[in-house]
Design a protein around this ligand. Sequence first.
Ligand SMILES: Nc1ncnc2c1ncn2[C@@H]1O[C@H](COP(=O)(O)OP(=O)(O)OP(=O)(O)O)[C@@H](O)[C@H]1O
Ligand SMILES: [Mg+2]
Length: 271
Amino acid sequence: MQTNPALAERKQRIDSNMSNIKHKIVIMSGKGGVGKTTVSVNLAYGLSLRGYKVGILDADLHGPNVPLMFGKEGVKLSKIAEPLEITQNLHISSLSFFIPDNSPVVWKGPQKITAIMEMLEGIKWGEIDFLIVDLPPGTGDETLGITQNIGTDSKAIIVTTPQKVSLLDSTRAINFARLINLNLLGIIENMSGFICPDCQKEMNIFKKGGVKKLAQEKKIDFLGSIPLDGNIVESSDSGLPFISNDSVASRRMNDVINKVIENLENKNESK
Ligand SMILES: Nc1ncnc2c1ncn2[C@@H]1O[C@H](COP(=O)(O)OP(=O)(O)OP(=O)(O)O)[C@@H](O)[C@H]1O
Ligand SMILES: [Mg+2]
């Protein structure tokens, strides 16, 4: 098979840029709206609070929401190379910094892959401990563009909700990850149970246990569950990661982060 020299050179430049990053974690899901961006932002923020240097790459080209969750919607940047500083330890980059607000991105598949490659090549994260990549749902062009180019040492976390439809789509995402030899770090159950705003007690409004069972069946680590909590929506909308709150959800998210660190340290990821 003939290789395209320009593409091969670009791939080399991406590899060289990515080699400065210790851990690359992509956040995936089979279904939309299950909390990938919320998890990406809070995982990254929580890691940065633990002293790690972290970047978030918003790879959702049609619905780039990472800036909004840090109160940075509407921000425009001129140079792709420089990610936006949130704190000294945390920087983010998103296509939304470079396109007019509310513009619908109408791109064909190959153009999306090119845009993803340009971001992987062009954003200079420097020497960081973690790059968290927030993906759109499913296994489309952005997911392919990232997973095929970010490096074979990258890991994936799957986010799901407890409902059967989401579990079914998660099975597809897991099978996809296996197909392309992506290391799975684990699965997170989001919107699991409900925290009553009055009494702060946890109630199970959906059937529980399905995600743990799926994790066992597929031999993937269960990283923990985060309850449905109205404060999470408020925090996201006001640009503050919910992990800064004192709440059950924030404690659970911290447990998830500790498990992620532990898994990486033990190199315990399942294939
Ligand atoms: N545990 C939770 N409790 C309450 N609200 C939540 C929880 N997790 C996420 N949300 C809210 O649900 C909405 C969707 O979350 P988010 O944008 O993170 O999902 P997503 O998987 O990234 O969606 P998309 O597939 O569109 O990218 C947001 O308003 C977010 O604040
Ligand atoms: Mg999202």
